[in-house]
Design a protein around this ligand. Structure first.
Ligand code: ADP
Ligand code: MG
Length: 338
């Protein structure tokens, strides 16, 4: 990511008000309206569409006409399908499925796309001191996040300790010249659930703007990437946040996000499991093997890829991880909800 993301939080959202607001949220960002000093009636309201994509909701909101909306949605679906073909865990034809089934036997030769995200995940593992770790898949399985028939009790400490042997990014072996990855421990598996949607949002946003549609927002399940222009060249987009108590309304507090920037929210709001009456987040703390206790984190960053990674990492690693990231990227905006 670029070292100096723009800061774009409205003054209303700063300081204590921000903390109060954010800590009160179960955050899903869903609405974007351009901030205009002189609203022009013809395009001050975006045309938008929402549709299910891979267990979540996709959205396109643009400041243009219905024809452009159809074009943008087609482009979005094309990009999303291309990313799914590589990283889907459900699709047995995906590259990731093949990688997970064979990389313990022999080094797996990666596509350019797989290699790119694998190297970004490696960097993320290093810059978060291990809080972001795509090798958590065996722990996700143990806790029952992917099973049709969920378990009823949490796993025992002994079960967790045994599965921890099969996790850890440092147990992957890379050959950079050949672009291969090898699992040094049998039973290892990768999970790009905390990174692939942000990547897809960036790709879709880039392809949509390359087609000449340059004002609006692309959203993949709470990973938002703003297109490069605000209508009329104004300051940015107001991003409204869904009210946790009433799914049909939004909170009065908003974030203003500059064009081309990204916002992502990670947490246990929509995806969690319940064992013995207790809710568990689908984000795992790789150090302990237990689900993270933090409910949600919202990050504003220069790309949806970074926002996706960092929001997941901060849920997994808490304030310590946020501090590491703030030191490296001083202008990153990170908001916790407990
Ligand atoms: P979502 O948008 O689906 O809520 P997030 O971006 O919040 O996804 O990431 C959660 C997903 O990331 C989990 O479902 C899992 O696939 C993966 N994951 C869980 N724990 C970690 C971790 N510590 N590091 C990296 N990825 C993780
Ligand atoms: Mg994420």
């Amino acid at each position: 990511m670029s070292a100096k993301p723009d800061t774009a939080v409205s003054s209303k959202f700063r300081g204590k008000a921000l903390l109060t607001a954010v800590s009160a949220l179960l955050v899903i960002i869903l609405l974007a309206i351009a901030v205009r000093k002189n609203p022009a009636p013809e395009n001050s309201i975006p045309v938008q569409t929402a549709f299910p994509v891979m267990g979540t909701i996709g959205r396109v909101a643009i400041y243009a006409g219905e024809k452009e909306l159809t074009t943008a949605t087609d482009i979005y679906r094309r990009e999303f399908d291309a990313v799914s073909a590589v990283f889907s865990l459900r699709d047995q034809e995906s590259e990731l499925f093949r990688l997970n089934s064979s990389a313990a036997e022999k080094p797996f030769p990666c596509s350019e796309t797989m290699w790119f995200l694998l190297m970004r995940a490696k960097q993320a593992y290093e810059e978060t001191a291990g809080a972001f770790d795509i090798t958590v898949k065996p722990l996700m399985d143990l806790w029952g996040f992917y099973q049709q028939k969920k378990r009823t009790d949490p796993p025992s400490a002994a079960e967790i300790a045994a599965v921890l042997e099969k996790t850890g990014f440092d147990k992957l072996q890379f050959n950079e010249a050949e672009k291969t990855v090898f699992f040094t421990v049998p039973g290892m598996a990768l999970d790009f659930g905390g990174i692939a949607k942000g990547y897809a949002a960036d790709r879709a946003a880039q392809a949509v703007s390359a087609a000449g549609i340059t004002a609006g927002v692309i959203d993949i399940g709470g990973n938002l990437r703003m297109l490069p222009d605000a209508p009329g060249g104004k300051e940015g987009f107001i991003v409204a946040i869904r009210d946790p108590k009433d799914r049909n309304s939004v909170l009065p507090e908003t974030l203003t996000v500059k064009p081309a920037m990204a916002v992502s929210t990670s947490g246990n709001y929509e995806r969690f499991i319940e064992l013995n009456g207790k809710k568990y987040s689908h984000i795992i703390s790789p150090a302990t093997g237990y689900p993270a206790e933090i409910s949600a984190v919202t990050v504003v960053a220069p790309t949806a890829l970074d926002a996706d990674i960092f929001s997941t990492a901060c849920v997994a690693g808490g304030e310590k991880t946020a501090e590491l990231l703030r030191q490296k990227y001083p202008e990153l905006q990170i908001y916790f909800m407990r």
